[in-house]
Design a protein around this ligand. Sequence first.
Ligand SMILES: *Cc1c(COP(=O)(O)O)cnc(C)c1O
Length: 394
Amino acid sequence: MTLEELDKKYGLQTYNRNYINFVRGEGSTLFAENGDNYIDFASGIAVNSVGHNNPTLVKAIQEQVAKIIHISNLQVIEPQAKLAEQIATLANYDGAIFFANSGAEANEGAIKIARKYGETRFEKKRYKVITLAHSFHGRTITTVKATGQDSFHTPNFSPYPAGFSYVDGLESVYDNIDDETVAVMIELVQGEGGVQPFDKSEIQKLANFLKEQDVLLIVDEVQTGIYRTGKMLASNMYEISPDIITMAKGLGGGVPIGAVMTKHRDVLVAGDHGSTFGGNYLSTRAGLAVLEVLSGLYESGKLTETLAYFTVRLKEMATKYPNLFTQEVGLGAMRGLRAKDNETMKSVISKSMEHRLVILPAGKNTVRFLPALTITNSEIDEGFRRFEEAISSI
Ligand SMILES: *Cc1c(COP(=O)(O)O)cnc(C)c1O
C-alpha cells in the first residue's frame, strides 16, 4: 500500500490532508521524501517555534529521554517546576501553573478554575462564560462550545455544556455580563478566526472593567503565547495581567504540552484537577529548551529584527498584489493577508504548495503566515520569492 492508501484505510478521515511525505526538517526548510525542499511559513500551526532540528531543543530532548521520559505527577518533576518558574518569570506574572497536553486541555483547566471560583467566592453561584464571535478555543466538547463560531456547534455532538455565550466584538461584552457571569475568555489576536488583533486600549478598558466587577478575564494565548507576537505573551504586549492565561502550541517546540497559569493559586486544591501525562519530563524539558532559545533571541534584539523583516516583506505582497489581497493583518510572527474571497485564499495556498512553500488558511479568507521565530532572512526571502512565483499565475 502507498502511504496515502494506508492513511485512507486505517486513519479516521478527519482532515483534508495532502500527501507530501516530509522526512526531515532543518530550520525553516522541510525536505520531502523525493528530495524536494519546502520553505515552512506555517511551523506546524505555530508549534515549531524554534524551527526544525533546532540543536538546543534536540540535545535537551535526547539527553532527557535517556534519563527519564515520564513518572507520575505524584512525584515532583524537576523540569516541570523549573518550567513553571521560567514561564512566570519571563511573562512577568505572579501566578502558578498547571501543565496539560494541548491547548484545548489548557482551556478546560481555565474553565474549571473559573467555575470553581464562581461556585465558592460568591453568595449567588456564578458560572457563565462569555466568549467572542470568530474565536477558537479547542475541539473538546466544552471548548468547542466555548468557540464562538456556529459552524462548530453542530447538533451531531450535542448536548453541549450549558453556560457559554458569544458576543459580537468587545463592545458587546459589557451588556451581556449578568450576576451569573464568572468569566470572559478571549484571544488578543484571533488566530483561527482570521489573524485579527484587538485594539490595545479597548482590551485594557475591558480588563479594568472586569476587575471592577470581579469577573475573571481568561486570555487564551495558545497561539499568541511564547513570543509569537514579539513578547513572551501577547498579554505583555497589551500590558494587561489577566486572571488566567492558557498556552500550548509554541511551548514545546513540537512536543505536546499545554499550560494554564493563574494568579488565583488557591482556587484549585489537591484532587480538583489532574493529568496523567501533563508536565512530564519530556515535554517540560523541551519547554525549557524552547524558552532558553526564544528568550535569548528576544533579549538580544534578534527576534524583533526578524519580525520587522518578515513584516516588511509581507506588506510588500499586500501592496504589490491588490488584485488578490485587501489588507495585511496580524502581529509579530502571527500574520495574514486578507484575500479577496475564499476562492482566492484557497488558490493562493494550493499554488504556494505547488511552488514548495507551506502556508495556512484562517477564517474564511485569510492566508496565514506563522513562521518559526528562528527563521533567517534568507529563508524569508526564499519563501516570498516562491510566494510571488506561485501567485503570479493566479
Ligand atoms: C490551536 C488553538 C487551540 C486548541 O489547541 P489544541 O492544542 O489543538 O487543543 C485553542 N485556542 C487557540 C487560540 C488556538 O489557536
